[in-house]
Design a protein around this ligand. Structure first.
Ligand code: ADP
Ligand code: MG
Length: 251
């Protein structure tokens, strides 16, 4: 897998600095910092409950933070004057499930936001829908409803829907976790192609082999902190017993 290594001196696409976040008495993010530069793939790993989804949701302002700073594509996400609409145009997010509107065709799912949020014409939006569906290998599913597609195809359509907004960064939160194993590969292949194409992304995944192949940087979360971080090689030679245990090499 080709990894993009750019020495980009511009400010990072995603900058997370010393972020703290609690839910009541539960500290979920305890001084988390990381940067993602243009064209980079950052993979977040860690046990269930370690704060991975919360970290992603803070980037897209689905959660607010208690302290620290998050800047995404020049938007001060943690600031009081955030233009939420502008942020959401720049950031695409795909979750584990429940991504598509069940009562709309795939085409309608994909053209909805570009028409209503970006104000582009129906004709243009439909053209774009064809293009992004081709990108995920689903050009023949335009007029089908989500329930007529397999889980893997639905996730690919959800990715296509995000791409139609022409995001500058994509966030993926365990997008293959709800899928049968035989459907996982087709979704990962789409993400791999996006990465090879230079898309900046932050991804939470339990697919360690995939993470090893795609990550420019791996962040291992443990008890709300970044316990270990480094290039993909840390997955095969972890420095801490916690990461070793997590990846199952038993240090
Ligand atoms: P991960 O994605 O690593 O499994 P999460 O970020 O989803 O972890 O959750 C971290 C912790 O925060 C968990 O203990 C979870 O139960 C808790 N949590 C997440 N969201 C909320 C919320 N909205 N309200 C209260 N607790 C939450
Ligand atoms: Mg999660």
């Amino acid at each position: 897998m080709h990894k993009i290594t750019r020495t980009d001196t511009a400010s990072p696409v995603v900058g997370v600095s010393n972020v703290h976040k609690s839910f009541g008495a539960l500290k979920v993010l305890d001084g988390v910092s990381f940067d993602v530069n243009r064209g980079e793939v950052l993979v977040l790993i860690g046990r269930s409950g370690s704060g991975k989804s919360t970290a992603l949701r803070c980037i897209d302002r689905f959660e607010t933070i208690d302290s620290g700073e998050i800047v995404v594509c020049g938007h001060r996400v943690s600031g009081p004057k955030l233009d939420l609409r502008a942020l959401r145009q720049d950031v695409g997010i795909v979750f584990q499930s429940y991504n598509l509107f069940p009562h709309l065709t795939i085409e309608e799912n994909i053209t909805l936001a570009p028409c209503s949020v970006k104000g582009i014409s129906k004709v243009q939006a439909k053209e774009q829908a064809r293009r992004v569906l081709a990108q995920v290998g689903l050009e023949d599913k335009l007029h089908q409803y989500p329930e007529q597609l397999s889980g893997g195809q639905q996730q690919r359509a959800a990715i296509a829907r995000s791409l139609a907004m022409q995001p500058k960064v994509m966030l993926f939160d365990e997008v293959t976790s709800a899928l049968d194993p035989e459907l996982t590969g087709e979704v990962l292949k789409v993400i791999e192609a996006l990465a090879a194409d230079g898309m900046t992304m932050v991804m939470v995944t339990h697919e360690m082999g995939f993470a090893r192949g795609i990550a420019n940087r791996v962040v291992f979360m443990h008890r709300g902190k970044i316990h270990e971080t480094g290039p993909a090689a840390i997955l095969t030679s972890p420095a801490t017993p916690e990461l070793a245990q997590f990846v199952g090499t038993g240090l």
